[in-house]
Design a protein around this ligand. Structure first.
Ligand SMILES: [Zn+2]
Length: 311
């Protein structure tokens, strides 16, 4: 079964070929079909379940003008740019549509279309990277944005160092155990900050000089004291909160005895494939075990593993 993970699978064209074509970018700014969408303090403007985006003519009615911005690409209506807003501009944008609010995409993304959630995640991630890279990390010079907002370049003529948008890889893994009777169970843990009863797959950042498979083995050993083998890749999910990609794996446990790292986890347990379908959902008020959020790759890994069990 082909699943689409949330924040992935956007259907617009990123149109990399246009980013360095300054003539074409200027032409697109003037085009009546081009739309801008705002980012304010890492939040996206949303009305109901939809992204708010506006054309040049619509923006000019309110005194807003956003020549430039970050080029996001082309969809079937035209070009798309995102713009970083200050306080005043954010206020003007909100007034463009009754009921619109700047919100954390993570709080609303699961109720949006996959395409728009992906687009807003892209805009948010680029905005985050830009605001974190205002100065050159080598000489301290002021950086300028080029290539439609996709490259920063140091303005010090003796340096001119370029930096490209970055994404931090994190591995997330479902660890399974099969006992002598062929009964399958999986290892889930929880951190103290999560809502009561929520258990999820283990995860962690990939370190420099480490393969993804090595990171899976290390993280499971560190967090739960379990050795694993047969690390198998499943799927990935962009996670622009603020700038990660989650790389999903399944691995097989070599031993059973869980020893948690109490700095990372509050608890970790083996749950059998017959227990998991009885879990509630993230957000349920009733006490008891709960599965992770439906828009997460953690949930995807658990649901896929359960579907496999049914054959
Ligand atoms: Zn520099």
């Amino acid at each position: 079964v082909a699943h689409t993970l949330h924040y992935a699978g956007g259907q617009w064209d990123r149109a990399d070929r246009i980013r360095r074509d300054t003539d074409e970018l200027q032409r697109l700014w003037q085009s009546p079909d081009t739309r801008w969408l705002p980012v304010f303090k890492a939040n996206n403007l949303i009305a109901g379940n939809a992204a708010v985006m506006r054309t040049r003519a619509e923006l000019e009615q309110t005194g807003l003008s956003h020549d430039g911005g970050t080029f996001l690409g082309l969809d079937n209506k035209g070009a798309l740019f995102s713009v970083e807003c200050d306080e005043q501009q954010a206020h003007a944008w909100r007034k463009l549509q009754v009921g619109s609010e700047f919100v954390d995409l993570r709080a609303v993304g699961s109720s949006m279309s996959t395409d728009e959630a992906c687009l807003l995640g892209y805009a948010r991630a680029l905005s985050h990277w830009q605001t974190q890279n205002r100065y050159c990390g080598v000489c301290g010079g002021l950086n300028t944005l080029t290539a439609g907002g996709h490259v920063t370049q140091c303005s010090n003529v003796d340096c001119q160092r370029q930096v490209f948008p970055r994404t931090d890889p994190a591995v997330i893994m479902l660890v399974e155990r099969i006992d002598a009777q062929g009964q399958r169970s999986c290892l889930l843990g929880r951190t103290a900050s999560w809502p009561e009863g929520v258990y999820s797959t283990l995860a962690g950042f990939v370190e420099p000089g480490e393969s993804l498979e090595d990171a899976v083995v290390r993280e499971v050993a560190e967090e739960a004291g379990i050795a694993v083998r047969d690390v198998r890749y499943c799927a990935s999910q962009p996670w622009p909160f603020p700038q990660s990609i989650m790389l999903g794996f399944v691995a097989t446990a070599v031993d059973d005895d869980i020893v948690i790292d109490t700095h990372e986890l509050e608890d970790a347990r083996w749950f059998s494939e017959s227990e998991l379908p009885l879990f509630g959902d993230w957000g349920d008020q009733a006490p008891g075990f709960k599965l992770p959020r439906t828009d997460s790759i953690a949930r995807f890994l658990i649901d896929s593993w359960l579907a496999d069990a049914k054959g």
